[in-house]
Write a protein that binds this ligand. Structure first.
Ligand code: F0G
Length: 468
């Protein structure tokens, strides 16, 4: 649905600027300029929405709460409900598939598994295309329309693709998707085809696709919808607002997210900082990011930092050493050269969080545990619970602390992974082309294999009794 807001003024001043995140550069650009990195120094951009701290933050809380019962399409979206903190004027069109408004579950079995009293899971897999990408795609496609682009493109490990395909169709824009051939879950590929995108399978990995998209961004008809685009981040930051509303504006001690291209961690970090600046929360939650061991360039960099490093410290390294051939069965985060790593690293450091890596075995078992909690998620999302268990064991998260993990994708995004885990046939191919490294089996500690049973009542009862 592309909606126009009626009765709004014809002219309005722009609600913010695009600014270079490199403090030494600090260049600023208008919101209408279709740029994805700073034309002066090449660094990434962020949007300064020029938010003003209200005299009475509780009035803002009440205002948003009242919108939850509104019947207006803009208020029914969990993104557009927070229009006041987004860089779009009243007359701007808005693209929506009624994203956001996702549940925050208590997960008692996963909490126990991690050694915690309680653990809550914010499930972004409940979005229209089944992943957290939809919140950012609503704003990115809105901006694509405003900028007059004809085609929206993205590189993707699958979820951005499905989301772009759906939201571009809603906005009546062409979409083209660059996927690493043979490395995307069939469910995600099927979604992109179904929503009508032009799917281009590239012989290479995600990082190759991302490089091509950045080259294509020079073409004036093309709009880049990856999270390097700061308008994507604006939509994704609303998850921080929604989460805090669900937490009754009491910031948890920790918020934990998976890390791939680092757009999500950047967005949550920005959202929490804005909430603090607006006086809506009293402290920042410690934001921690979890990567898969075989695709963990930022966790490696983090481990090499001076433990006293603070976010304002200009000693943040200039370069990130990429992982040339990333490997993980959590294909959504199979990324070796994340584009938004600097923004994410700053957000983590500013909050006092950590960036760590977890093994394939740890991801697989954490995922099964989330399943047992009747919640389920895709493999990349389960890095969070695996990471929380590790951070709790290391004393960074304490037993009674308030912890929220963000699950980024729905369980049905990757059914093959689940079936293989439960049948005991899950294994990681090392990626070595010469066959020098054998596949690494992942043993399911919480296996629940299907059982072949004779077609009789007695056989079924016998099977039930055995597992009671
Ligand atoms: N979880 C899921 C399910 C994802 O699809 C992704 C990223 C991430 C976590 C990591 O988020 O990149 O913001 O750090 N998927 C992208 C894609 C790369 O193309 O769908 P990030």
């Amino acid at each position: 649905m592309v909606e126009k807001v009626a009765h709004a003024p014809k002219t309005e001043t722009e609600k913010g600027v695009q600014r270079c995140v490199n403090r030494a550069c600090g260049a600023r650009f208008g919101l209408r300029e279709r740029i994805y990195v700073c034309p002066r120094c090449g660094e990434t951009l962020e949007i300064d929405c020029r938010l003003v701290r209200p005299h009475d933050p509780s009035a803002l809380r009440k205002y948003w709460a009242a919108k939850t019962t509104s019947k207006l399409p803009r208020d029914a979206s969990g993104v557009w409900r927070y229009h006041d903190v987004l860089p779009f004027g009243e007359t701007a069109p808005f693209v929506t598939l009624f994203e956001g408004n996702t549940p925050l579950f208590h997960a008692p079995l996963s909490a126990k598994y991690c050694g915690l009293m309680d653990l809550r899971l914010k499930h972004q897999g409940y979005n229209p295309t089944g992943s957290f990408k939809d919140t950012g795609m609503a704003t990115a496609m809105t901006q694509a329309l405003i900028s007059g682009a004809r085609t929206a493109v993205c590189a993707s490990t699958g979820n951005t693709a499905a989301s772009l395909a759906a939201y571009a169709s809603r906005a009546e824009l062409q979409s083209a998707i660059l996927l690493p051939r043979g490395q995307v879950s069939p469910a995600k590929l099927a979604q992109s085809l179904d929503y009508g995108a032009l799917v281009l399978e590239i012989d290479g990995n995600f990082d190759d696709c991302m490089r091509l998209v950045q080259e294509l961004g020079d073409d004036p008809s093309i709009y880049v919808a990856n999270s390097i685009n700061p308008f994507r981040i604006e939509g994704q930051k609303t998850v921080a607002y929604e989460m805090m509303e669900q937490c009754l504006w009491q910031a948890p001690d920790h918020v934990v997210v998976p890390g791939g291209n680092m757009g999500n961690s950047t967005a949550l970090g920005k959202g929490f900082q804005e909430l603090l600046d607006l006086g809506l929360i009293k402290r920042l939650p410690k934001l921690s990011v979890i990567q898969a061991e075989g695709a963990a360039p930022l966790a490696r960099l983090f481990a090499s930092l001076d433990p006293n490093q603070s976010a304002d410290d200009e000693r943040i390294p200039e370069k990130l050493a990429p992982v040339a051939n990333p490997q993980t069965l959590a294909t959504a985060i199979k990324i070796g050269a994340p584009v938004s790593w600097k923004k994410a690293l700053r957000a983590v450091l500013r909050s006092g969080g950590k960036i760590i890596a977890v093994s394939e075995q740890e991801i697989a078992d954490a995922k099964a545990m989330i399943g047992r909690d009747s919640i389920g998620c895709e493999p990349a999302s389960a890095t969070t619970v695996a990471g929380i268990k590790k951070l709790a064991a290391a004393g960074h998260i304490r037993h009674k602390e308030d912890v929220v993990a963000v699950l980024t994708g729905h369980a049905l995004k990757d059914p093959d992974y689940m079936i293989n885990y439960h049948r005991g046939t899950l294994s990681l191919d090392s990626g070595a082309k010469d066959g020098s490294a054998p596949p690494q089996p992942i043993l399911g500690a919480f296996r629940n294999a299907p059982e072949r049973v004779a077609a009789t009542k007695a056989a079924i009862i016998e099977s039930l009794e055995r597992r009671r």
